[in-house]
Design a protein around this ligand. Structure first.
Ligand code: ADP
Ligand code: MG
Length: 488
């Protein structure tokens, strides 16, 4: 077969992995696919392969949610010998024009875009000039309101696929519950379950442990004890929900002379980048991070992923611990669970999904006081809205929602945004923050129930959540019957 040869010659690989071949066979027989494959197992290979096999005039179009990951995807495709490019808001006008020109003159094998691109006329014009062999939706769970990373632009993709004259579609994700799978198929006009190829989500080298603690002091000591038990120079992440707790723990580690680095939103971008690189290159072995850390971090030798605070969904938890042990060797995943931490997550949910009235008021402020907002930004807005409670980030959530809805445009000011059009009632209905919040609260309840369970295999309980059922993992605390730190 032709693609077996390509696999050796272009990809320098011996054999397909998991369901890669099944996905390719189905695509090559002309049927669209929605495939679930574990992170790091090679989803990209499926569409890169099509980019080699397509007629020379055609192009693979990949919709991807994150600008940060795109450059990396372009470089990887170029390494393989594909003519690859991306278009996103980080490019200059000239750079964008150049890519559009290459696209219209059929000089690209593969193009990466964010879904927002379909709102731009010049992109749609260029799109008309080229035949799309495969329309790829990477991180397809983002299309579902019930997924853990909802991106409203993703829910428009069905329309955009039609706009491209309904080419073959390949939707990809590592995590989607059956409910999410069904909804994504609906949005992308794929037939459910016929389009599904489930590559499984099983990770057989992660040992989960839940340690229940009471109070911060006890928790810090417990994490410290576990860190000491790790082999010298083992790479690991400790995740925190709150920057404040992360910083406190960092100070605690300093008093214990434990070398570590940090990654969170209060650090300047260049420091974050440097710290991330030092971790990836094994210069630092321990990183304390908020959940923003890890997406697209391709590091195979992570030996432990600890959670100092419980994440708000099992989806996030599974994704985060899944960063451990990519090399196939054992990785330890420990959740340090304190009942008190649940209230942090509850509070987060209240803030993440502000009321319609709140969002409208933030818009009005940005619209009415453009100069003040441009210069003083969030400080001014917060002062008006939440009386300087710096921790309350409803204002940030509202701004990000308004930006997503197109009510704000990015601007070259300290604040970064300008008001353009008032959000329509339609949007408040379509993306009802109260409904979203309730759904998220249900998920929080699920992960709590999961953490409290001391009977069933922890890993298999996660698989069940995603609609699979496997044999007990044999590695987690419940499988091994460890003395549990649970005091019922
Ligand atoms: P993801 O599924 O997370 O998108 P990637 O597509 O980025 O994963 O691939 C992760 C790594 O797996 C890459 O380094 C890639 O070269 C490698 N890979 C892909 N397919 C195979 C294979 N069949 N055999 C071995 N390695 C593979
Ligand atoms: Mg990927």
């Amino acid at each position: 077969m032709k693609y077996d040869q390509l696999l050796k010659e272009k990809f320098k690989l011996e054999a397909f992995r998991g369901v890669q071949k099944e996905v390719l066979d189905k695509l090559l027989s002309g049927v669209s696919v929605f495939s679930l494959m574990p992170t790091g197992t090679g989803k990209s290979l499926c569409y890169q392969m099509i980019a080699f096999l397509q007629p020379p005039q055609e192009m693979v179009l990949v919709v991807s949610p994150l600008i940060a990951l795109m450059q990396d995807q372009v470089l990887k495709a170029r390494d393989l010998g594909l003519k690859a490019a991306c278009i996103n808001s980080s490019l200059s006008f000239e750079e964008r024009a150049k890519v559009l020109k290459r696209m219209a003159s059929k000089d690209l094998d593969i193009l990466f875009v964010t879904p927002e691109r379909f709102k731009k006329l010049e992109f749609l014009e260029a799109l008309k000039q080229v035949k799309i062999s495969l329309f790829v939706v990477d991180e397809a769970h983002c299309a579902s309101l019930w997924g853990h990373d909802f991106r409203p632009e993703y829910s428009q993709l069905g329309k955009f696929i039609q706009l491209c004259e309904s080419p073959l579609v390949l939707a990809l994700t590592a995590t989607a519950t059956p409910v999410v799978q069904k909804e994504v198929c609906q949005i992308l006009n794929l037939s459910y379950p016929q389009a599904m190829i489930l590559g499984g989500i099983e990770r057989t080298n992660i040992a989960i442990h839940v340690t229940e603690t009471y109070g911060q002091e006890e928790k810090f000591e417990a994490i410290f004890k576990d860190l000491l038990a790790q082999p010298n120079l083992a790479s690991g992440i400790v995740y925190f929900s709150l920057i404040q707790t992360l910083e406190k723990f960092s100070q605690f580690l300093q008093t214990k002379k434990i070398v570590h680095t940090k990654y969170h939103g209060d650090l300047p971008a260049h420091v974050r980048r440097k710290n991330q690189n030092n971790f990836i290159k094994d210069i630092d072995n321990l990183i304390l991070a908020t959940p923003a850390f890890g997406l697209g971090v391709d590091k195979s030798n992570i030996r432990f992923v600890y959670h100092a605070e419980i994440p708000s969904t099992l989806e996030s938890y599974f994704q985060e611990i899944g960063r451990g042990g990519r090399d196939g060797k054992l990785s330890q995943a420990t959740l340090f669970y304190d009942q008190e931490d649940v209230s942090i997550q509850m509070q987060f949910l209240d803030w993440a999904y502000p009321e319609a009235e709140f969002i409208k008021k933030v818009y009005d402020l940005i619209h009415t006081y453009p100069e003040k907002v441009s210069m003083e930004g969030y400080d001014f807005l917060r002062e008006q809205m939440v009386f300087k409670n710096r921790k309350d980030y409803r204002v940030n959530a509202a701004v990000s929602i308004l930006n997503r809805w197109g009510s704000l445009a990015e601007a070259d000011t300290p604040f970064g945004y300008l008001a353009v059009t008032e959000p329509e009632e339609e949007l408040f209905k379509k993306e009802n923050q109260n409904i979203l919040k309730k759904e998220h609260q249900k998920k929080l309840l699920e992960i709590l129930r999961w953490a409290k369970n001391t009977e069933h295999c922890r890993m298999n309980e996660i698989y069940k959540y995603f609609g699979y059922d496997h044999a007990p993992c044999g590695l987690c605390d419940t499988c091994r019957g460890d003395e549990l730190a649970s005091h019922d």
